[in-house]
Design a protein. Structure first.
Lengths: 180, 605
């Protein structure tokens, strides 16, 4: 009997792709992973349409309307949804703008910045509209698991994904989740 | 404010009166505030200087207690008791009406500095509410006519001593008496018994009686006294826990008001048995109105040879009692926090063991018992252990005082033998239409009508005595939400699971109560509750989730009918969060909106 592979999707919302780089740091373990799972939508596959998945890994918080749509689509199509990294868990660096009014942020970038030509706030419908604040994922959809770190180390991701896929209780060694 | 010299003199006099002892810090600060209306930085520095302790320590104590003010307050400081039983009696309407009439916001001081109006935790007047405190003195049975008078008195700046006495009348409402409240007790009888029969014999009677701590924890009193008696140490102490802070409980108030002699006799007896010469009553600040009468009783007992030096003429029997007044901190009802507070510190529970019986007040062996326990012990010394053990159940001997309030015709104090059913109590107090009972206060358990045949005893429903009735017209969640606010206010802030957990629990309950909740939130409450039960430092945090967890089991329909949907709901309005960007960009294309019907909300688990 051929066991069907588990399907995994990943994406980066308001993040820096650092968590995805950490995923690539699995190095040769990626081969082992590839034998057990199939990647669906992910920056690594360039698949644009999300299919029905077993596991969704999301880095980055929610900063604009597109993020909301993508996150909700992931929630609807992934059996298990995991927030990965500081931005997904808490908003992280992008959320530092939360202490300023959105108007001030946009004006600082597009009207008052040094060296701007034809300064104006971009309003092309192609560009996702910004939310007035950046939110962690769990304020928008239900999140099943949270993997902290900036980024979580490749070892932490490996432990987590392995335990999850094999149905073991989740227990990360201290060395993989301490940050000092 | 007082002139600098006058301030220094006032502080000097108060500190002198307390012998310059740092253990009296809380009492000193209370008195300084009584004289100066609030504790200014200059006052705190002066106290620190006179006592020779660091200003930071003084400040930390001043900031810990609700009734100590480090910012100016009005000359009339009015605090409404905000227990759910006060709310049932309409205290919120009265509070708003009073604030309107006085022209002051809730929790604020009027610009002219004459009056402050706010709220406080249960003041223990649940059978005669709505209640309040004015400058620390209890006001009972508030109603619109009384409020009108209070407005006049405050605006006319009439001194408190000239306010109508009936405003301050506190009645005892003893509805059912048994062996503790019903039988006559001759002052000194227990002390004569211990002199005649010796401490060992009295201890034997106490052990035989099976008496357990009546504060609610139920530790065997005989074992506690034996342990303290046998503990090494020259100096030992007796402490009476009259910090009756559990909302809905007021039986200790009645004992201190009507049976103070019996309580003091129990303490003196304990002193003789364990070999202590000093006792303390830790009286909750809300019962300030009892202080003068209690001091007079102590003096009378000294004059009658029942207290002080050479009690009953025996030169080896020396014991005296001091009364410490609390200052509005529920956590000080926990015995080790109470001891910390007695020592003049802020009331954070100690790590136990060691227990107070070996390391209590000033690290010396100490018996801490509840008011009712001392009163009962005095009776047992006279009547014998068998007499007491005759009543009650196998594991819960004797009787228990219950404080009944909420939706019943005859609220007040009921003394029953242990083992009485909830139904019997409800019948006796005239609660015809009960939906549920909050037993033993917010930290206790909520039970529904299905459980009214359960029995009040340590084998089944243990209680310190609080018994709040909710009838069918009530929304159980109103009570639960009130209790979560109570715990947020009373958490001492020492440990994270309690400090953060109580706030998270309040937020979740509020989310559901206001119609934004989902089944997911109910699950979160259960998870959070489980963490708090195992991770909190002391009983306060460990029991804080009880009303939420109990009501989720007992009254699921009360929660479920509030749920917005059974799926997850975002914590904020998604589309509204785009409004500012829409305005800045002037966009109105479809991509500029997050309309609920277009989102994949419906398909989410």
């Amino acid at each position: 009997m051929i066991e069907s592979k588990l399907k995994i999707a990943t994406c980066s919302l308001a993040g820096c792709f650092g968590c995805h780089m950490s995923l690539l740091d699995l190095d040769e373990r990626l081969f082992e992973l590839a034998e057990r799972v199939e990647l669906d939508r992910s920056p690594l596959t360039d698949i644009k349409e999300l299919g029905e998945c077993d596991l969704g890994l999301i880095e980055g918080g929610v900063c604009n309307a597109e993020n909301v749509h993508v996150l909700m689509e992931f929630r609807a199509r992934c059996k298990i949804l995991v927030a990965i990294g500081a931005c997904a868990l808490n908003g992280g660096v992008p959320a530092m703008r939360n202490q300023y009014d959105l108007k001030d942020c946009l004006e600082e970038s597009y009207l008052r910045g040094i060296g701007l030509v034809n300064p104006q706030i971009p309003n092309d419908p192609e560009i996702p509209l910004l939310l007035n604040q950046v939110h962690p994922l769990h304020e928008v959809v239900k999140i099943d698991y949270f993997l902290p770190g900036c980024p979580p180390s490749a070892d932490a991701i490996w432990t987590f994904v392995n335990q999850l896929l094999s149905g073991q209780p989740l227990a990360l060694p201290y060395t993989q989740i301490h940050y000092d | 404010m007082a002139e600098p010299d006058a301030l220094i003199q006032t502080v000097h006099d108060i500190v002198q009166r307390h012998g310059g002892m740092p253990t009296r810090l809380l009492q000193i600060l209370r008195e300084a505030q009584d004289s100066l209306t609030w504790l200014s930085p200059e006052t705190l520095d002066a106290v620190a200087g006179k006592l020779g302790v660091s200003p930071d320590k003084v400040r930390s104590v001043a900031e810990f207690y609700s009734f100590l003010y480090t910012a100016p307050r009005g000359s009339y400081d009015i605090l409404f008791s905000d227990n759910i039983t006060d709310r049932m009696l309409g205290n919120r309407e009265l509070l708003h009406a009073l604030c309107d009439r006085l022209g002051v916001g809730i929790g604020e001081t009027r610009a002219d500095g004459v009056v402050t109006v706010g709220t406080t935790s249960c003041t223990g007047m649940c059978d005669q509410g709505p209640a309040a405190l004015v400058n620390g003195y209890a006001l009972t049975r508030l109603d619109p006519p009384r409020l009108d008078r209070i407005v006049e008195l405050v605006n006319g700046q009439i001194p408190l001593t000239q306010w109508p006495r009936e405003f301050f009348e506190v009645v005892s409402n003893i509805r059912r008496a048994d062996i503790l409240l019903g039988r006559h007790f001759a002052d000194g009888a227990a002390l004569r018994a211990v002199l005649k029969r010796g401490p060992e014999a009295i201890l034997e009677e106490l052990v035989k009686s099976g008496l357990r701590g009546q504060g609610g924890a139920g530790f065997r009193s005989g074992a506690k006294w034996v342990s303290c008696r046998n503990a090494p140490g020259e100096v030992k102490y007796v402490v009476c826990n009259a910090d009756e802070g559990e909302p809905g409980t007021f039986k200790d108030r009645v004992l201190m008001q009507d049976f103070a002699d019996l309580v003091f006799e129990g303490m003196t007896l304990c002193g003789r048995v364990i070999g202590a010469r000093q006792g303390f009553v830790y009286l909750r600040g809300e019962y300030r109105y009892l202080l003068d009468a209690l001091k007079a009783t102590l003096q009378r007992r000294r004059e009658a040879g029942l207290l002080g030096a050479a009690i009953l003429g025996d030169p080896t029997f020396n014991f005296d009692i001091d009364i410490h007044l609390g200052a509005g901190a529920y956590v000080c009802g926990e015995e080790s926090a109470l001891i910390e507070s007695l020592e003049g510190k802020h009331g954070v529970p100690r790590i136990r063991p060691p227990f107070p019986t070996t390391h209590g007040y000033l690290n010396q062996p100490t018996v801490v018992n509840n008011v009712e326990t001392f009163a009962t012990a005095a009776k047992i010394a006279v009547e014998g252990g068998a007499w007491f053990a005759n009543r009650g159940t196998a594991e819960s001997k004797g009787t228990k005082l219950l404080s009944l309030s909420g939706d019943c015709k005859r609220p007040g104090i009921y003394e029953y033998p242990f083992g009485v059913t909830v139904r019997r109590v409800l019948d006796d107090c005239g609660a015809r239409d009960a939906q549920g009972i909050q037993m033993a206060g917010p930290a206790g358990h909520m039970i529904s009508a299905k459980q009214f045949d359960r029995r009040i005893c340590f084998e089944d429903l243990a209680t310190g005595g609080s018994f709040m009735v909710f009838d069918q017209s009530r929304d159980i969640l109103d009570g639960i939400r009130n209790f979560t606010h109570f715990f947020v206010h009373e958490s001492c802030g020492f440990c994270t699971p309690c400090r953060v957990g109580t706030s998270l629990m309040r937020d979740l309950v509020t989310k559901v109560h206001t119609g934004h909740g989902t089944r997911y939130d109910l699950e979160e409450m259960r998870k959070l509750g489980r963490i708090m039960r195992v991770a909190c430092h002391c009983g306060l945090g460990q029991t804080a989730p009880n009303p939420v967890l109990d009501s989720l089991d007992q009254f699921p329909e009360s929660w479920e009918r509030r749920l917005r949907s059974t799926a997850f709901e975002p914590a904020f309005d998604l589309d509204a969060a785009l409004e500012q960007a829409r305005q800045l960009t002037g966009r109105s294309d479809p991509g500029a909106y997050l309309r609920e019907e277009e989102l994949m909300l419906g398909t989410m688990p």
